[in-house]
Structure formats: structure tokens, C-alpha cells
Design a protein around this ligand. Sequence first.
Ligand SMILES: *Cc1c(COP(=O)(O)O)cnc(C)c1O
Length: 411
Amino acid sequence: MEEFSFESRLLHTPYEKPDAYNSLAMPVYNSAAFEFETAEAMEAAFVGRSAEHTYSRITNPTVQYFETRVREITGAVGVTALNSGMAAISNVMMTIGYAGGNIVTSSHLFGNTYSLFKMTLAAFGVEVRFCDLTDSEAVRKQIDGNTFALFLEVITNPQLEVADLKQLSVIAKEAGVPLIADTTVVPFSAFQANKFGVNIEVVSSTKYISGGATSVGGLIVDYGTFDWSRSPVLSSLAKQFGLNAFSVRMRKEIHRNMGAYMTPQVAYMQTLGLETMSLRFERQASTCLELAKRLQESDKVESVNYTGLTDNPFYELSKMQFGPLPGAMLTFDLSSKEACFSFMNRLKLICRATNLFDNKSLVIHPASTIFGTFSEEQRVSMDVSQKTIRLSVGLEEADDLFNDIKQALYS
Ligand SMILES: *Cc1c(COP(=O)(O)O)cnc(C)c1O
């Protein structure tokens, strides 16, 4: 189906088996287990000689259909759906990490990812090395023989920093380290991770994909482009499975043992969400750009951060990697934390809530919430300012949103 557009490929992804009732929507297979005709067929499924479903922690038809759709639109070789974006990141790290190994990344990370790397994985002997990912020399210096991942968020949140992926992928390749990207803030329709040398992509499908914040979910997207033969934990699988070594271990060991599977109900909602994702994104991202421009004109606003603004330092790079509409999230700075709080408290339409890319517009003060339990020193090192408001732009009319912002700024 390569010749068709994104939506056509997505909408017409065939089922693995014909549906008994010709259902046009993939049914929700709410069953823990699946029955077999014979003991022999059961053995074949359990040892991997057949691809029949056995138990929904391992695979489930509704979840598999969601994964197949994502494979169809990304061109990846392996797609795994999990119960959250954090499950996707932790399953990736459990698959390739080992005691004595290290992750090279930026301190500009989603709060729970930072905590996973710095605290949770530290207890297992994993070191995290923070550096400036926009400085390739700094990255080269941090990587050594025990680096098992170069990890980044394609547009960091809330700093909205953009690293040059092609440059980083060259460094990663030279060093024999996989480039792993969290692409949650830009949907598959706007950004093709594989083209920029990303080996493994992780996504919180809670955001653009879920279809208006219906459910929490995550995806691991493996492009099958990395040679795992030098990985201490994957080298023997690499002899047998080549470029698929990562997906084989992740799927057959880590994902089963950690048990963070996606439920069929969530897969159903997110399969539907995918169908309208690029449409919703176009509308939300163009409203976001419009609001960014209008906010720049306000004397109450100290600065506006959106990489789609032509005077943003990352504008050219962002346009090259993500196109002219780099996401539906922007940040802006007011004079103080107090100014941010009173602005938020006066909003009438925009909701005070965490999350991103709901159909409704959402506002949050990151320093006191997502990063609220971090020390001020940590927040400073992560460039999380008390003056910053984050806005996730929904499907409302741009004028309605701007009028709400204006009345909250000036009343
Ligand atoms: C939300 C988010 C996550 C975590 O995803 P959950 O689905 O909430 O577990 C990870 N990375 C980024 C960039 C996010 O925005």
C-alpha cells in the first residue's frame, strides 16, 4: 500500500484474519485467553511456531491491529503498544541496559523520564550522563564503550529545544550506539523518525494518537536499522536474529515479564484516534502558530517560545525536521510565578490541566507541577523557569482562545 497517502494506508490496513461478521471496525477482544483445537496447536503457539494468540498479556487481536496500523504508517519493522509512554521508555531501557552501562542524554527531559534515568535505573547500576545535545562535541565526549543509548526528545518540553538529528545519528552510528528518540510532541504524519537516523522511536500515544485524551498508552517503534552485535545484552540474539534482535528480546522477554501491555479497550480507542490524528494536528498546530504570533505582540508577555516562529533560534532546523508546524504546544513567560498563577486562575475557556494535545486547550505551570517535587537547583539545571506557562492548543477557534488569553492577561 506504499503508493497510497498516509490516511488511505492507515484506514485500509487489513485485518490479520477476516472478521466473522465483516465488522468494519476492529472489534474489542475482551478476553484474557484464547482456546486451541488441539494440544499440538497449543504447543505450536507457545513455542512460537505459529502466531496464534494465547494470552492477552502477550498479544491480543485488537492491540495487534493497532500495532499493525502504526507499522503501516511508519514503515517500521516492529511496533509494540504498551500501557503508557513511560512503559515504552522503561521497556526499551530494560531491553538494552545493563549494570555498568550508561545513557547519554540531555537534562531537558520529561519529568518522569528524568526520574526514571536518574533514580530508578541508577538502582540497577545504570549511569545517566547529561550533556548539551545541541553541541555535537559535548555528545562525542560523553559517549564511551559502555554507552548503550543516545536518548533525546525531538522537541524538549518545556524548553522547546531541538537537536540536529542527522548530526547526532552520525555520531551515534560512529560510536555503535543506538539513537533513541521520544517523538511524542510531533505526530507520525509530520515527522518521519527513520529518515533522520532514529533507530528506535518511543511515543506517548496518550497525546496526539488517543483521539482527544481518551486513554493512556505508549508505543515502541523499531526501524530495524541498528546492528546489535556489539551490545553486551543483545549480541547473542543478534547472531540469530540480526537487526531484529532488539524487538525479539523486548517482545519475548521484557514486555512479557514487565507486564505493561496495552488493554484491548485502549487499543480500540487509539486505533480510532489514529484515524483523525493528522486532521486534528493540522488544525491544532496552525492555531498554535497563530496564537504564538499574537502572544508576541502582548506587552504582558516577556517571551514566546514556539519553534515555528521565524525568529526562534531553532526555526530552520525545526522546519527541516518537522515541517512548518512543529507541534501544538507553546510556552510563554510572564513576569513572575505569581503573574502566571493569576493568569491561569482568570482563564475561562482554557482548562487548567496537565496532558498534551487534548481536543481542549490546556494550560499548566510546569515548574510547580510536573517539576514541582524537584529541587530548585535541579529545575535550574533543567532550564525549567518559574515564569513559564505551557499551553497545549486544542480544537477551539483561535479567536476564542486568544480572547480568553487576553482577558486573563489584562483583567
Ligand atoms: C506524556 C509524555 C511522556 C509520558 O507518557 P505517558 O503516556 O504519560 O506515560 C513521555 N514523554 C513525553 C515527551 C511526554 O509528553
